[in-house]
Design a protein around this ligand. Structure first.
Ligand code: IVH
Length: 687
């Protein structure tokens, strides 16, 4: 074994695993020897040389940083029409007429990775990656090595978190890959991967050697406002010492925005760095504040993406994957081809109609051309999206080719695969008996946004499932009782040892205590994503309240049902899916077994304490004149109120505008407090 490998191993054993296998003296001797060799033969020095390290990193890599203000993503626009709609939505929300002044900034969307830089009294104190938006990684030491990240700011407020994009220029990227090649290292697929790989180095000295740059375009926590407009704020950051994108412009109309988009698109190839679209932001910061956020994206900004990149290749096979909800998804296996800097060897084929050349409404797509094994197909990818097949070249179709026959039984469990009316997807009816569904459900359960159990990833779950150790989520929490000791012990299995087994058990124990929103998301209920789970959790507050509501809403009518579909982001389809899950006996029993193992944290909103409407149920009726219904609802919810569509004994306040009818009458009968819009605004003023 090479000396550096022995040292790296020793570092890990000592610092990360608390289990040194060699004596300190021996370690020091090896380290000294390594330094001597490096001093004599500098060319042999490895990038990850153990002599540069102070300890090893924590096992999970970087320390975690909770973002004081979440780092959000952006909604996307693909067509000009989507930009028109974006402008329209904002006007509607704010109650602005189509010809009222509404300014936007337009700037390139940099294809790198976002970073949040915290400055206290002008000094850089912390740099964090976006992570999942709520919790990122502490990469302060690495960020300090970037020349475009000032260590100290000119004329800065007491506190400011500057946010922006770390990226690598084309020139630097090419040079880096040439160096990688010379050293026999693996080249990076594209500048973004290179930037991410370079910033997320456990050894800051490696980051220093990589030419990364930073553009500032947003901010997080602030001790004082940066100005009245986005444009002004960007200028302020520039004055503080940041680079901001020179193509940032102020636009007075949608056509102005689209003109600027075309202008930037025309320069795309010569900019010298990757961009993947143009970001529009409402310029007036007071309006941004009023518009606020949906669960993961601001209402006041959107990314207008450039069209996807394309390439042609051969479709070698079509395979079928079975997902956690039983969906049979066809996958195109492709002869590997590079699309926009990334090697693609598979693409989604969506569903059987898509293969036939039909969309979800039965209309022709690709002029009705079907897709067959052996076809010459056009592949495209847009950003991080899974590659897709855009077109087929019929002139290259082999004479022997035949139409693809979509299976009507599940390839995993042999159960019938049925397509229900109105569903584009054929689904395996095997439910919990289908191994593919069970495994996918388990993988989803342990995934990052769900239970996120350290050391229990997709691979381990698959292994445990295959061996019959876990069949459903509840089994994860009884794993230690069953395999922690005795003849068949986890630590004796291949790939596991004393340390790793006890670490896994510990990681599982830690997750017994779980926030309600994560639990709801982890159940993997069809249509119920992360954002919806958060909103549902906030709405019901406790597991008990949530389950009771799902039971009461079972008939698809009545107050519990109305309440459920009144939750922001929950529509009929999601509501049906939720109540169905809780109505199915086997599913329900499996959920109950899981819940019996857990201690569930109630969902509470931060900083609504002290709000005069915290926890109150509010109903809006009649015409509101100072703001739209959507804005009123979002604001009330931000202050901790529950907004409902119907008046009941549980209603605390009815806000009645002109034209209020039966709801006001009912509220009066029930003795509920009735406020007009002004009184409501007075009540929440300053909260
Ligand atoms: S603004 C609250 N501006 O795009 C919105 N984002 O898809 C904050 N990005 O995570 C983002 N260039 O990493 C903004 N000029 C730009 C951007 C930009 C690139 C990235 C950013 C964000 C992602 C969202």
């Amino acid at each position: 074994m090479r000396l550096s490998t022995i040292l790296a191993r020793a570092n890990t054993e000592y610092y990360s695993e608390d289990a040194p296998q060699i004596s300190d003296a021996e370690y020091d001797r090896l380290k000294k020897r390594n330094s001597e060799i490096e001093a004599r033969f500098p060319d042999l020095k490895r990038e990850d040389s153990p002599t540069e390290k102070v300890g090893a990193s924590p096992t999970s890599g970087f320390a975690k940083v909770a973002h004081e203000i979440p780092m959000l993503s952006l909604g996307n626009a693909f067509e000009d029409e989507d930009v028109v709609e974006f402008d329209g939505r904002i006007r509607k929300y704010l109650g602005l007429t189509p010809d009222a002044d509404l300014l936007f900034t337009a700037e390139p969307k940099i294809d790198g990775l976002s970073l949040s830089l915290r400055y206290e009294n002008g000094l850089l104190v912390q740099a964090a990656t976006r992570g999942d938006g709520a919790i990122g990684e502490n990469v302060t030491a690495n960020a300090r090595t970037l020349q475009t990240i000032p260590q100290q700011l000119e004329a800065a407020p007491e506190l400011i978190e500057v946010r922006g994009e770390v990226y690598m220029s084309h020139e630097d990227f090419d040079a880096l890959n040439a160096r990688q090649n010379e050293r026999g290292g693996k080249p990076f697929a594209n500048p973004r991967n290179a930037a991410a790989g370079s910033l997320r180095q456990l050894d800051a000295e490696i980051t220093r050697a990589r030419p990364l740059k930073f553009f500032a375009y947003a901010w997080g926590a602030l001790s004082e406002p940066l100005g009245e407009t986005q444009f002004e704020a960007i200028k302020k950051m520039e004055n503080m010492g940041f680079q901001t994108n020179p193509l940032t412009e102020l636009c007075v109309s949608v056509s102005d925005m689209i003109d600027h988009y075309r202008k930037i698109e025309a320069q795309r190839a010569t900019l010298g760095y990757d961009i993947d679209g143009v970001v529009y932001k409402v310029n007036d910061l007071a309006l941004q504040e009023r518009l606020g956020f949906r669960s993961t994206t601001p209402r006041w900004a959107i990314a207008h993406k450039f069209p996807a990149e394309l390439a042609w290749t051969t479709l070698e096979d079509i395979t079928i994957q079975v997902g956690r909800t039983g969906a049979l998804s066809p996958v195109a296996r492709l002869k590997p081809v590079t699309v926009g800097g990334v090697v693609v060897s598979s693409a989604t084929l969506h569903n059987e109609d898509y293969i036939k050349g039909l969309d979800s409404k039965g209309n022709e797509i690709r002029d009705g051309k079907d897709i067959r094994i052996g076809d010459w197909v056009q592949v495209y990818r847009a950003g991080d999206v899974i590659p897709k097949i855009a077109d087929v070249d019929l002139s290259k179709r082999p004479e022997t080719s035949v139409s693809f026959i979509f299976p009507t039984v599940c390839p995993e469990c042999g159960s019938d695969a049925i397509r229900e009316e109105g569903d584009a997807v054929r689904r395996c009816m095997g439910g919990l008996i289908c191994p593919a569904q069970a495994v996918e459900k388990l993988k989803h359960f342990v995934s990052r946004a769900a239970f996120d159990i350290d050391g229990l990833g997709a691979k381990q779950v698959e292994q445990f499932y295959t061996d019959g150790w876990i069949a459903e989520p509840a089994d994860i929490f009884t794993l230690q009782a069953r395999y922690g000791s005795g003849v068949q012990q986890l630590k004796n299995r291949e790939g596991w040892g004393d340390k790793s087994a006890s670490k896994l058990f510990q990681a599982i124990e830690e997750k017994r205590n779980i926030p309600l929103a994560r639990l709801i998301f982890a159940l993997g209920i069809r249509h119920v994503g992360e954002a919806a789970s958060n909103l549902i959790a906030l709405h019901y507050g406790t597991w008990q309240a949530f389950v009771t509501a799902m039971e009461s809403a079972r008939d698809g009518a009545g107050p519990a049902w109305d309440d459920l579909i009144g939750v922001d982001g929950v529509g009929q389809v999601m509501a049906q899916s939720l109540i169905k899950t809780f109505a199915q006996e086997a599913e329900r029993a499996s959920i109950d077994r899981l819940v019996a193992e857990l201690s569930i944290q109630d969902a509470t909103r931060p900083d609504t304490q002290g709000s005069p409407v915290d926890g109150k149920t509010v109903v809006f009726t009649g015409t509101l004149e100072k703001m739209t219904r959507a804005e009123a609802k979002a604001r009330a919810e931000r202050l901790g109120a529950k907004v409902s569509g119907s008046v009941s004994a549980k209603t605390d306040i009815l806000v009645a505008g002109p034209g209020a009818g039966s709801k006001a009458k009912k509220a009066a009968e029930l003795g509920i407090e009735i406020l007009d819009e002004d009184a409501w605004l007075d009540l929440i003023a300053g909260a």
